[in-house]
Design a protein around this ligand. Structure first.
Ligand SMILES: [Zn+2]
Length: 252
């Protein structure tokens, strides 16, 4: 609580307590005139602050600061000195309980921070669409259903949620976008593996085979042209065997 509110409350209590003695009450009132005047001024500022809808904006600013803290490890746009400066300034104003008095300054730091966050978000949202459009095209080519990817294929433009922090269509957090982009190749392999019936179990033999490079290529340390040749020929051998069995090969 602001000190002035605390002091004002104590003063008013002291004045009201003197209800049996009007003379003392007047004296108490006169003693606290300056404080009461300051309190009234502050209350007027506070009323204007509330009427302008600032408390909701302040809550959004807090959510923004938290979202930036969470996403800064995965979004380089949010890790610079400039961003830290905006965050520090906002935190200092909040710490000194000057949100009402220094709202203009608070807002001046919050606005560029929100802009920077949204630009980072839009760029990751776009990159995720590109990554998964590619996964979908590859899986479509193999006749594998991709319905479960629809959220990740959210195309944009981003329609912002009320707090301005996520896309209303897919609702994905910024750091989650990043992790989803990183895991696109595994997701492709997972869907392909899920779709393939276990070998020998069905008459409809799978038309493709997933070959994991890690399993197929045993030559791991490549420092000469001969090593490279060995690695490539291991891959060639595995792929050829699958092709000869009438399968298409998906590298996982
Ligand atoms: Zn979206």
């Amino acid at each position: 609580m602001k000190p002035i509110l605390q002091e004002g409350r104590d003063a008013i209590r002291e004045i009201l307590d003197q209800h049996q003695r009007p003379d003392r009450r007047l004296k108490a009132f006169l003693q606290h005139t300056d404080l009461l005047k300051a309190l009234k001024e502050y209350q007027e500022k506070l009323r204007a602050f509330v009427e302008a809808g600032r408390p909701a904006e302040f809550r959004r600013a807090r959510a923004l600061a938290r979202a930036v803290e969470r996403a800064r490890r995965v979004a380089s746009e949010l890790s610079g000195k400039e961003v830290q400066g905006w965050l520090d300034e906002m935190a200092a104003i909040e710490k000194h309980r000057e949100i009402v008095e220094r709202w203009a300054s608070f807002y001046q730091n919050m606005q560029p921070l929100l802009k920077r966050y949204q630009a980072a978000y839009e760029s990751q949202h776009r990159a995720r669409h590109e990554a998964y459009a590619q996964v979908k095209a590859e899986l479509d080519g193999l006749g594998i259903p991709t319905g479960s990817l629809s959220d990740r294929l959210c195309e944009g433009p981003v329609g912002w949620s009320l707090d301005g922090l996520t896309c209303t269509t897919c609702g994905t957090a910024l750091e989650t976008l990043y992790y989803q982009i990183q895991s696109a190749p595994q997701e492709r392999s997972r869907l392909a593996a899920q779709h393939a019936p276990p070998p020998g179990e069905s008459a409809d033999a799978p038309k493709f085979e997933i070959l994991r490079l890690y399993d197929v290529i045993k030559t791991r340390d490549i420092s000469t042209a001969e090593d490279l040749e060995a690695a490539v020929s291991e891959l060639r051998k595995a792929v050829r065997a699958a092709l000869e069995a009438g399968k298409r090969v998906v590298l996982g």
